[in-house]
Every structure is written in C-alpha cells, then in structure tokens.
Design a protein around this ligand. Sequence first.
Ligand code: F6R
Length: 342
Amino acid sequence: MYQEIHEAPAAVERLREGGRRALQRLAARWRRDPPGLVVFVARGSSDNAALYGRYLWEVHLGVPVSLAAPSVVTLYGARPRLQGAWVVALSQSGRSPDVVTFVRAARARGAFTVAVTNQERSPLARAAHEVVQMHAGPERSVAATKTYVAQLTALSLLAAEIRGDRRLLRAHGDLPGQLRAALGVEEAAGDLAQRWARAEACVVTGRGYNYATAREAALKLKEAAYVAAEAFSSADFLHGPVALVGERFPVLVVAPPGPTKRHLVGVVRKLGRRGADVAVLSSDPVLLRRVPGSLRVPDGVPEELTPHVYAVPAQLLAYHLGLLRGTDPDRPRGLRKVTRVL
Ligand code: F6R
C-alpha cells in the first residue's frame, strides 16, 4: 500500500499519455451525440471515484448523472431503459461480477458502454463498447490507492476533453508534481495517526467534489486501520449525524478552496464548540492555523482536481494509523483484491 500510494504521480503521467487517444475518441463521440443521461456503475473505491464523476460531470457537462444500484439488475432482474444513455463502469480489476453484469444488461438495452479499468483483458473490458485503460500498473495491495487517483484523473480528463476546456486540460499537467508534493505530508499524517491511534470511531466530512474524498478516506480508515469511520456530506452531517460528536470525538474535515469552503469553515467552528478532536485537510493558511495538527495540502490546485491530491494524505493517514494499531494494511482481514458479489 505504501509503495502504491507513492506510485500515484507516475500512474497519472502514464494515463495522460497512454489514455489520450481513447479519451479523445470518446469526447468526439459525445460532442457528435451528447447523451441525455450518464449512469456510473462501480463498487468500493471505484464507486467513490464515480461519486466524484457525478459531481464533476453534472457541473461541467450539464448532464444528469446517476450512480447505478447493480442489484436492480442482478437480483431483481429489472432491465432499465437506457437507450441513448452512456453507462460508464469503473473497475480496477474489471472483474467485479455485478459491475460486469450491469454493463452487459445496459448494452443489451441500448446504452453506449465504457469501461474504465486497469485490466485491458478483463471481462469488463470485453463487455463494453469502449475501454479506457488506466495504465496505473499492477495494484497488489488490497486497498486501492493509486488506481483511485487514476480513476479520478480519467474522469476529469474526459470531462475536460469533452468541453475542450484548455484550462482544465493544462492543469492535469501539474498534477504529478502536486501529488508528489502531497506525499510530503507524511510526517503530519504520522503525527495525526499517533493522536488518533486509540480511536475506535471517527467521522470524515466534506462536500461537493470532495464528498468523494470523505467517503474514500473513511473506506481506507476502515480497511487499513479498522477504525469505524463514517463519511457524511457536510450538509447532511448537520441534519442529524453531528449529534454523534461530543468531547474529543475525532472528525476529519476535507476543506479545499472553492465554493464549499465557507460552509466547511462553519462546520469546523461548530465542531470546535462541541469539543471535538478536529483535523482539517486543507491548503488554507487561516484554517490550518486555527486547527493545529491538521494536514496541509499543496496550494494552487484547481478545485476540480483537489480530490486527486487530497486523496494522498488521507491514504497516508490510514496507512500509518493501521501500522500503529497493529493491522497489516496490505492484507485487511477477510478481504481479497476482487470481491465476488452479484
Ligand atoms: C477499497 C477496495 C475495494 C474495491 C472494490 C472494487 O480499497 O479496493 O473496495 O475498490 O472491490 O474493485 P474493482 O475496482 O476492481 O471493481
């Protein structure tokens, strides 16, 4: 896991080069015949990447996006009408059976299907019309890390290609360097892990594009460190779950620059009044001063690409917390790299 976290910058570089032709082909198809609906289908970390894709594509492409509930097809046998829709499956292995089954059913019902996968010769790649190969290199650790960042990158690159958004396309060139800089938070992540080493539960919260980051951080904390980490959109969090939080309850707030920041600063203030043990993931100097012991993320990343960079400190925190709590982050108990659920 540790090595693969450090391979994210190289994975992004390879995807920018190796994935360009497929992404441009897809973008040209979209512009010729824009779909009225996109459905993402994925599980686990890949589903968190899909959640990011939902926010990004709805904001940037103006298309309604749904996240598939595979059991609708795999257990209930429903056949949703998907004529003219794009169904985009995200799967590192290309072998999650429910994802593959959903794509086959969607294709049979007239959807245009795309597989974003690290395995070009997988059942998923064979099932879809088009394949975007992630080029992340083999991922051996059970916990997905570099491939999560690569999935986010495939989704943001494709949105930028479709819109012909030169600013966003250029910004991807800075990502490998920003990811390398984010790896520099390791010491702070280790310190925060020490502070939270005895916590059995925590909350991770964020909003907008980084709701996905909150979910992914919580998943990594559960898998690699066995902490009952729960993720909430920070809007939803205030609608009830915040009642969980009392004195010294650990909360990680993902607070990048952009339209969500003001709200998140308010959340940090509220949590402070409850005596919570708050840390923020942010590049904002004022917020970082206000919440000592937080994780400083490199500045200058456009908000759309902050989830890519903010994933890295979250992964490092989970890894270090796992080590301190005596788990083996590479082999979480009872898990395999491919989960066979239909
Ligand atoms: C989490 C993790 C799993 C996978 C999930 C989907 O770290 O690795 O949750 O993301 O099993 O796997 P793929 O992407 O291979 O379909």
